[in-house]
Design a protein around this ligand. Structure first.
Ligand SMILES: [Zn+2]
Length: 88
């Protein structure tokens, strides 16, 4: 409860002049540039879930075949149902 810094304004100390400046400032009033501050670097896209589909991989082809098989199976079931309704 003895913290006095809790005011919502993050500060950092200038290593050059020792002055406390706002943490967001990139340059101190004395001219010192804060380089260690959090910079916005070029956003690195982390899309691990998006596999590149340049060429058909075996697993990709397999997955596609499985999908086709599933679709055919459903179609076959539908046909079966139709056959059943029409009887013989
Ligand atoms: Zn300074």
């Amino acid at each position: 409860m003895a913290k006095k810094m809790k005011r919502g304004t993050p500060q950092k100390q200038c290593p050059k002049c020792g002055k406390k400046v706002h943490a967001r400032l990139a340059t101190c009033s004395c001219g010192h540039k804060f380089t260690s501050a959090k910079k916005k670097t070029a956003p690195t896209r982390k899309k691990k879930t998006a596999p590149r589909r340049k060429k058909k991989t075996v697993s990709g082809l397999r997955a596609q075949l499985l999908l086709e098989r599933e679709a055919l199976q459903k179609r076959a079931e539908a046909i079966d149902a139709l056959l059943e309704t029409y009887g013989s």
